[in-house]
Design a protein around this ligand. Structure first.
Ligand code: ASP
Length: 320
């Protein structure tokens, strides 16, 4: 009897194990956003996360873990249990630029994660407070060069997209403004709107609505063509700074060793979100560039991250 009971227990445990493996996710999934709520990475995570929750049948809960240009939250994600219940929204900063700027970074973007998929490309814009005394990019760069010591450039911490694209702009125009760090460009944008900081280089999804509302100025978009979301904003080429070309990206990652089954389910849910009309519209209205089918695989993202780390390393070391 005792033996039979043990056997029944073992069989039940085995069944439970296989059921939970088959039914991933069996509980809510935490998605770490390594910046403050309301900023570009957070907005993209919430828009795609909402639709992914429906496909997965489990809530995706956003946890904002801001600090050190996104590297605090990314370290947390790298070290989290690899059971599929903690993932993160990383980006060109955390998984591209950070290794160039943090000699003691506690994660390796190319080795410590399972790539899930690219969520959105996000062109960079040069934006300034409404009262900034320049009507076009040429007078903007002249003013920044002449007054760099009095001007504040807002950014989301060393290694973030806004920081790395900001120092790149400074090195191209030959100016070193005061760099003012925030926990994300959501709070930085609030201070730009109220005029407490002078300018920033930020991802389109954070600034499109304020540009359309006229509460901040946009001097140029750093892509080869204008954005359909902001057709009146000239490209850097049109505006006379063709060498400033930079578009960021946001993508989902799981800790290394997360099962292939969980990664496949998360990738499938991400693809379904990116194929959903209402989700696409929300992202496109904010100026995001949606990945093609080829760009939506985990393998594509893995190869892309390796290229990004290599691309940013010399550029940022030279621009510092
Ligand atoms: N990802 C942004 C940046 O790097 C910050 C944010 O999402 O708030 O500038």
């Amino acid at each position: 009897m005792k033996f039979l009971a043990k056997l029944a227990f073992a069989a039940a445990a085995l069944a439970a194990g296989s059921v939970s493996a088959q039914t991933y996710p069996a509980k809510p999934v935490t998605m770490i956003v390594p910046f403050a709520a309301g900023g570009p990475t957070d907005v993209i995570a919430r828009i795609v996360g909402e639709h992914m929750s429906r496909t997965l049948g489990q809530q995706i809960v956003i946890e904002n873990v801001a600090g050190a240009g996104g590297t605090t939250g990314t370290t947390r994600a790298a070290q989290a249990a690899n059971d599929g219940y903690t993932i993160m929204m990383g980006h060109m900063g955390t998984h591209g630029a950070a290794p160039a700027l943090y000699p003691n970074l506690r994660y390796d973007p190319t080795k410590d994660f399972e790539p899930i998929g690219l969520a959105a490309g996000t062109p960079i814009l040069i934006v300034a407070k409404k009262a900034f005394p320049a009507n076009d990019l040429k007078s903007f760069t002249d003013h920044v060069k002449a007054n760099a010591d009095k001007l504040n450039l807002a950014h989301a911490g060393v290694g973030s997209v806004s920081h790395s694209t900001g120092i790149l702009l400074g090195s191209m125009i030959g100016a070193k403004p005061t760099m003012v760090p925030y926990t994300g460009t959501g709070p930085a944008l609030n201070d730009l709107v109220s005029g407490q900081v002078d300018f920033m280089t930020d991802q389109i999804v954070n600034v499109a609505e304020q540009i359309r509302a006229g509460t901040i100025r946009a001097y140029a978009i750093a892509t080869p063509t204008r954005s359909p979301a902001l057709p009146d904003v000239p490209t850097t080429t049109e505006a006379g700074l063709p060498q400033y070309q930079v578009s960021a990206w946001n993508a989902m990652f799981a800790p290394k060793g997360t099962s292939a089954d969980a990664v496949a389910k998360l990738n499938d849910a991400l693809r379904k979100a990116l194929a959903d009309e209402a989700t696409r519209k929300r992202l496109l209205d904010l100026g995001a560039v949606l990945p093609s089918a080829d760009e939506q695989t985990p393998a594509w993202l893995g190869a892309f991250v390796a290229k990004e780390v290599e691309r940013w390393n010399p550029v940022l070391k030279a621009a510092r």
